[in-house]
Design a protein around this ligand. Structure first.
Ligand SMILES: [Zn+2]
Length: 364
């Protein structure tokens, strides 16, 4: 399905069918890097998808959202990369247990490493698993966390909130970072002349960018051009920045429908352009949804009425509906301005049974 979404820097691919384990892949342009959300069955992802992977965000460690991490390690092991993994409290220990299930006596210096960040309310805990050292777990210093933001690169920011699914389940919001565009009218008002110094300011506004302590700029005074030293380049940069529209995407996977989660979802997802949300059950199975702390179509309709995203992609429908998936789309009531996006039931071909394989061995 090709839908023209409003993003400038984000290219989302939902790498799963409606009944499959959910996987959202976001490619950023122009750098071509990938970030991934959830990691269940991922055998169908091409190897080069992994070589561009920068970070993985796990909602929770139920098998259908986490078991594919073994494949990630397998595909990346010789890539010499460091990939970050974000998830709820306890994820580093689970990752450690997975790694300890294998022998790593052949470790090489060029093997990849993994940083695991557990998202707590006030901090991110940080563990390093270095491939060259056979993935021995190393605890590193916690990072303080003052707001919902947990990750950023040059093109996007990821924020998270912890919801209840009878285990912690993180919901994620991905915002495009605004491009630094110079307000030329403001530049003229201040009588400043464009020059390489604008590039230095722009660099300060990229992720992890630094502003110089001082900056020399040219100013025109009638016929004269004078050089002025600026003490606070960040302030000047903010003054000259032209506000631009950015877009966002929300990812909600496996949450119960209760008042606490409702508040957190509305707070984090307010104004998202594309909402991707689990809808595990149809309306008739509300009791099952409540018992397993998932959403049913009525719950999703209530969320849509509040959030009114421009695009909505329902996902993670229970496999028990494999012959009734069309009923989901009948039950969903999108607000007038929301476009409903539909997934194929399953993205990859049906698995084979033995009789379908032409190469077989028989007893003579
Ligand atoms: Zn779950």
């Amino acid at each position: 399905m090709n839908v023209r979404l409003p993003f400038r820097n984000l290219i989302p691919t939902f790498f799963a069918g409606l009944l499959d384990d959910p996987i959202l892949l976001l490619r950023t342009r122009p750098d071509g890097h990938h970030v991934m959300f959830d990691c269940g069955q991922i055998h169908h992802l091409a190897k080069r998808t992994f070589t561009h992977l920068e970070a993985i965000f796990i909602s929770h460690a139920h098998m259908d959202h986490w078991m594919g991490i073994d494949s990630v390690i397998r595909q990346l092991i010789a890539a010499g990369k460091t990939v970050s993994i974000y998830g709820g409290p306890g994820l580093a220990e689970k990752f450690d247990h997975k790694l300890r299930g294998y022998d790593w006596n052949l470790a090489e210096d060029y093997w990849s490493s993994f940083r695991v960040y557990e998202v707590h309310s006030d901090r991110l805990s940080h563990d390093l698993f270095c491939g060259a050292e056979s993935f021995q777990r190393k605890r590193l210093a916690d990072l303080p966390r003052e707001n919902c933001l947990i990750y950023e690169n040059d093109y996007l920011q990821v924020s998270a909130a912890s919801c209840d699914h009878r285990v912690d389940s993180l919901i994620y919001r991905i915002d495009e970072r605004p491009a630094y565009r110079v307000d030329l009218d403001r530049l003229e008002q201040l009588q400043l002349l464009p020059g390489p110094w604008l590039g230095q300011l722009k660099q300060g506004f990229t992720a992890g960018g630094n502003f110089p302590d001082r900056l020399s700029v040219q100013r025109s005074r009638g016929d004269q051009i004078e050089t002025v030293d600026i003490d606070n380049p960040r302030e000047l940069g903010a003054l000259l920045m032209k506000p631009g529209k950015t877009h966002s995407c929300g990812y909600i996977s496996d949450v119960g429908f209760n008042p606490q989660n409702w508040v957190k979802i509305l707070e984090l997802m307010s104004g998202v352009d594309l909402l991707i949300c689990e809808c595990t059950f149809l309306s008739e199975a509300k009791a099952r949804a409540r018992a397993s702390w998932h959403l049913c179509s009525d719950d999703v309709n209530a969320l849509l009425a509040e959030l009114r995203p421009r695009y909505f992609l329902p996902m993670h429908l229970s496999r028990s509906y494999s012959r009734r998936a069309h009923e989901l789309y009948r039950e969903l009531q999108c607000p007038e301005d929301t476009k409903l996006l539909e997934l194929p039931l399953q993205l990859t071909p049906r698995p084979l049974i033995a009789d379908e394989v032409s190469w077989q061995l028989f007893d003579q």
